[in-house]
Design a protein. Structure first.
Lengths: 106, 178
């Protein structure tokens, strides 16, 4: 069997994307640092993007890839605003541990 | 060749993601996330999305992660303290994650008609992508630019030091293990 001519089933890509998404959720639950929690959200977005690209490849549709492009743009906007909020929180509370950020009012 | 590349980069992807969860220092987590995003770019290229592979490296691994590492260094974020976490997370969260993963996996493994990917199948050119983006999807594209503008203004307004924003001395209360 020629290993170089092997094809990869698309379900493996989907399983990888599901695994990435779940790891993102687990990170969101177990992490105790505000920035790392935010990174877990980015990991979830990346997992979903992979499944979009996989389905775009399956159905030969360009729109799936364009949707990933939009998700990337929204993620960039979200990262800018979210990190600004994190800086504001750090300025007011002098900590990043989520256990100590338990009040809405400054 | 496709199989070998897939195994290498899918493995890198999963290893980076798991490493991100295990590391306790935020900068180490950020670097592992860069590994995840770069190997995802290679996977996009394997699936024939050349523009997205480039955009993944430039936007995600470049811009967003540079922003993350910049904030980590700016705030001098140290090693995170391990606490118990909330009881709701351990009682409801982890079983729910396991159930969702199992559900998705069974659905994926049982679905019929999913094709395969190989290197010979050609790639979607950027030209093909941009024709659809700038004709059929022009309005969403323009709306996204407005969104980016609002995000820039919001980030500037949030991060700058306001007038009534005096530096309060935070009482360093001990975290009670919850």
């Amino acid at each position: 069997m020629n290993l170089f001519a092997q094809e990869v089933p698309l379900s493996w890509y989907l399983l990888l994307s599901a695994a990435l998404f779940s790891l993102g959720v687990v990170g969101f639950l177990i992490k105790r640092n505000l920035i790392t929690i935010f990174m877990s959200i980015e990991l979830m977005l990346n997992g979903v993007n992979l499944s979009f690209v996989t389905f775009a490849h399956q159905w030969h549709q360009v729109k799936g890839q364009i949707f990933v492009f939009f998700v990337m743009m929204v993620a960039a906007a979200e990262a800018a605003v979210g990190l600004a909020i994190i800086i504001a929180i750090f300025r007011a509370r002098a900590t990043l541990a989520v256990d100590r950020i338990d009040r809405m009012k400054l | 060749m496709h199989l070998i590349l897939f195994f290498i980069f899918a493995g890198l992807c999963l290893a980076g993601a798991i490493n991100m969860l295990l590391q306790s220092h935020p900068i180490a987590s950020a670097l592992s996330l860069i590994v995840v995003m770069t190997s995802l770019a290679v996977l996009y290229l394997l699936l024939g999305a050349e523009f997205l592979a480039a955009a993944q490296i430039i936007v995600y691994a470049g811009a967003i992660m540079v922003l993350f590492t910049f904030v980590v260094m700016l705030l001098n974020a140290g090693r995170e303290e391990r606490t118990q976490g909330s009881r709701v997370a351990s009682l409801v969260g982890f079983p729910a994650v396991a159930v969702i993963l199992a559900l998705i996996a069974t659905v994926i493994l049982h679905v019929q008609g999913l094709g395969t990917a190989s290197l010979s199948q050609g790639i979607t050119s950027t030209e093909e992508l941009s024709v659809v983006l700038f004709t059929k999807l022009l309005l969403p594209f323009e709306v996204t630019s407005v969104l980016i503008l609002i995000a820039i203004l919001g980030a500037v307004a949030l991060a700058r030091r306001g007038h009534g924003d005096q530096v309060v001395s935070v009482p360093q209360k001990k975290t009670e293990g919850r």
